[in-house]
Design a protein around this ligand. Structure first.
Ligand SMILES: Cc1cc2nc3c(=O)[nH]c(=O)nc-3n(C[C@H](O)[C@H](O)[C@H](O)COP(=O)(O)OP(=O)(O)OC[C@H]3O[C@@H](n4cnc5c(N)ncnc54)[C@H](O)[C@@H]3O)c2cc1C
Length: 368
């Protein structure tokens, strides 16, 4: 399994949604730089990707790239902060934590130094050659994205999962497969690589037709990248299997639900379905019905009804088209309900605040 960070460029879906967070970061940094001459930006050779370059362009005398040296960058930021500057140090989150952790602990956290660190491109990256079984069993994925581990766990049998690869599964592009709806709902992207370089493709633009993808004949999938989920997000994948436990789904649905801080409003939602069309289907109209609305479980049934309009199933030995359409509505509702349960369970699982430390009272006459 690869542990590389996510691709540096802004994806099409980010552009569609508006601005990538890191793009807004670059602009905001420049804005505060205009107001305060003590603001300084430092980067570890990734300024274009983290968008600290936006600041660097406007204030070249207050912008430093330290090379591929995050640990060094943290030390420099600490020194600048102690000299009265306001340093913002940025890099890919994985590098910042992996390489800069010790320095952050020693030079920033212990001495309470006011330096700011900005990690971009958080998330999980899975190598194209990782097997389904590796995803299912990865402790990282089970902890951070249990819904994804669960999805891969529901693919066929152990023998199939031991052999099938993540890249091969997606390139295969059978609309009945399990991982695509979950990965689409999670906002995953695929890295397609050829002798001419690499490009990043949002998974909801990846499937073109029955067993057909947008991959060129010279491209292979080398990586699947899943972004970090925001706070108050729950995710669920459910598969309707009326025949045998190792069958392809009759209908499947994945939902990723994000609530606002007060957990009263649906801040965001992504819904995708499998086995109900020539490709996996993202139910965008159903999502639009929920986004920004107060959290009411009745709304999930309405979204299910809306999702039925997006599907186009065929009749086969797993069920008639009409039956599959009805089940699509039911499974979207259930996936949303399960995602909500996930949010509530996560809240319950959070460790209780530590009790205040009792003062140690030395007993008289006793040596320590
Ligand atoms: C008995 C059985 C039951 C199954 N049941 C399920 C199920 O319930 N749910 C489910 O989701 N799936 C199921 N599958 C499908 C299984 O997940 C796919 O067979 C598997 O994902 C294909 O992966 P692979 O690595 O074996 O790819 P291959 O079969 O080796 O390749 C598939 C295609 O993709 C191409 N390819 C391979 N790797 C890449 C890459 N990295 N980049 C670009 N192209 C590539 C190959 O050239 C080929 O055209 C089942 C399969 C079997 C055999």
């Amino acid at each position: 399994m690869a542990t590389t960070p996510m691709k540096a460029t802004t994806t099409k879906s980010e552009l569609k949604m508006g601005k990538a967070t890191r793009e807004a970061y670059g602009e905001a940094l420049a804005e505060i730089g205009r107001k305060n001459p003590n603001v300084i930006a430092i980067d570890a050779d990734l300024a274009k990707s983290t968008f600290s370059a936006t600041f660097g362009k406007e204030f070249p005398d207050r912008f430093f790239t330290v090379g591929i040296a995050e640990a060094n960058m943290v030390g420099i930021a600490s020194g600048l902060a102690l000299s009265g500057k306001i340093p913002f140090a940025s890099s890919f989150a994985v590098f910042l934590v992996d390489k800069g952790y010790d320095q952050m602990r020693m030079c920033v956290a212990y001495p309470h130094v006011n330096a700011k660190f900005v990690g971009s491109h958080g998330g999980i990256s899975i190598g194209g050659l990782a097997t389904h079984r590796e995803v299912e069993g990865s402790s990282l994925i089970r902890r951070r994205l249990p819904m994804l581990a669960d999805t891969y766990h529901h693919v066929a049998t152990l023998r199939v999962r031991n052999m099938a690869t993540v890249g091969g599964g997606l390139a295969h592009a059978d609309p009945n497969q399990d991982p695509p709806p979950s990965l689409i709902a999670l906002g995953a992207t695929v890295k397609a690589t050829s002798a001419n370089g690499s490009r990043t493709i949002p998974l909801d633009e990846f499937f073109k037709d029955y067993y057909e993808t947008v991959l060129g004949p010279d491209e292979i999938i080398t990586e699947v990248m899943v972004p970090k989920l925001p706070a108050n997000t729950g995710a669920a994948y459910i598969k309707f299997l009326p025949r045998t436990a190792d069958d392809y789904a009759t209908v499947s649905a994945a939902a990723v639900l994000t609530l606002d801080k007060a957990k009263k409003i649906i801040a965001d939602v992504r819904i995708a379905l499998g086995s109900v069309g020539v490709t996996p289907i993202r139910a965008t109209a159903a999502e639009a019905l929920l986004r920004g609305q107060p959290l009411k479980t009745e709304a999930f049934a309405e979204a299910g009804e809306k999702a039925k309009e997006a599907v186009d199933p065929i009749s086969d030995f797993r069920g008639s088209a009409a039956y599959k359409r009805d089940m699509a509505g039911v499974f979207v509702r259930r996936a949303l309900e399960k995602a909500l349960v996930d949010i509530r369970q996560q809240a319950k699982a959070k460790p209780a605040p530590k009790p205040a430390k009792k003062k140690l009272v030395k007993k008289k006459g006793k040596r320590r």
